[in-house]
Design a protein around this ligand. Sequence first.
Ligand code: ADP
Ligand code: MG
Length: 454
Amino acid sequence: MASLNENQKFWARVTELARQSIGKQAYDFFIEPAQLMSVEQDTANILLDSGMKKDYWKKQSDLITTAGFEVFGRMIDYELYANDELTDIELRRLNNQSPVDEPLSVAKPTSPLVSGLNEKYNFENFVQGPGNRWTLAAAIAVADKPGDTYNPLFIYGGAGLGKTHLMHAIGNQILTDNPTARIKYVSSENFVNDYVNATRKNQMESFENTYRNLDLLLLDDVQFFSDKEGTKNEFFNTFNALYDKGSQIVLTSDRIPQELNNLEDRLVSRFSWGLTTDITAPDYETRMAILLIKSESSHLEFPSETLSYIAGQIDSNVRELEGALNRVEFVARANGISIVDIETASQALRSLKNATQQSLSNLTIKKIQDEVANYYHISFSDLVGPKRPKEIAFPRQIAMYLVRELLGTSLPAIGTAFGGRDHTTVMYAYKQISDKMKNDMDVQKDIDSIKRKF
Ligand code: ADP
Ligand code: MG
């Protein structure tokens, strides 16, 4: 619970914002007589002098949200009470400021075990896209029938693409359905630390009690698992114990099981008993949807062209995408801007862009053409020549797309660089590949792999 001081600050800010945004008469009538009784959990309890003023206050959520973020740094909701409508219980509760005596809401059930779960990550706030569709479906299936459908579930993919998010979502869902479920989320590093501590302190029994009696083990980033013999052995035994009693195991990694050199084959082969599924980078639509959701909790206004601009800047990592949005928000706030325009966004992201441009500054059309030809095993002369079979025309379109995308070269100039083609041909190629980038995973992967070479 927040200290009184913070509550006062919060309320002062609410009234100040109100004074700035509404007329004096309305302020004196609706705002002035209101009192902040308490802030419990993330809810501000506000007492009005009359029930008829509730409707007006219901429309003032901006004041509360803004002040809440400024003072508490998080989303604050609010509950309205009116002097002329209060029951005795409510009045007592508000005056005592004691949520303990008369809890308004039933306490959330918690697992008897320290689960390590983060409630923030759930299925509802996970945006589905072509890059994560199957993995999301598998995760939902696992949460629905743990230990049944896909066991273990092995999720792999690059950094910041939602692997950890999905793990927590599975755990939270299972915990909601079954509040007594024994669940543990742990990074591989912490599993190793727990084990090392247990052996050092002679507490192996308690370690095994914890880990081998779980209903669900979520083990994150197994590529960081230590390759020490003892730990690996313990992991192997834990895995077997859990698997044998039908407990669900979910693992993540940045690579496929076969590439995990830190783990033994006998363990890696067990990973494939269940389902191995990957997450790839979000396409443009998914990035937009993620930005839309994340920007909703901001009290600034993000027009869609601004979000589109941000989505165009960061294309391979959701964590960075969130970081970019935060950065833009920060700069907008610092400049007192409430409707965030592209100009502000581009200013905020300039330093980010500089970093990527640095690595692209040596890039030339020729280099892109060479890499593409190389990637698809065709010759440079075919790539820019007149031949038109699919095996050549497709890489050519990819190369044109990349030149346009990465170098911003004009359409006619690209046409020239590709054997003197017309600019409409280039435009067509660009459109073809842009469309495919939205829903064709193979094309996304190709482009990703080629880009990584630069
Ligand atoms: P990973 O474990 O794959 O490195 P995380 O699960 O930590 O990635 O995701 C990084 C951030 O991006 C988190 O804040 C997560 O909530 C967010 N995120 C990733 N994918 C999505 C998605 N599809 N929808 C919403 N948020 C996402
Ligand atoms: Mg992670």
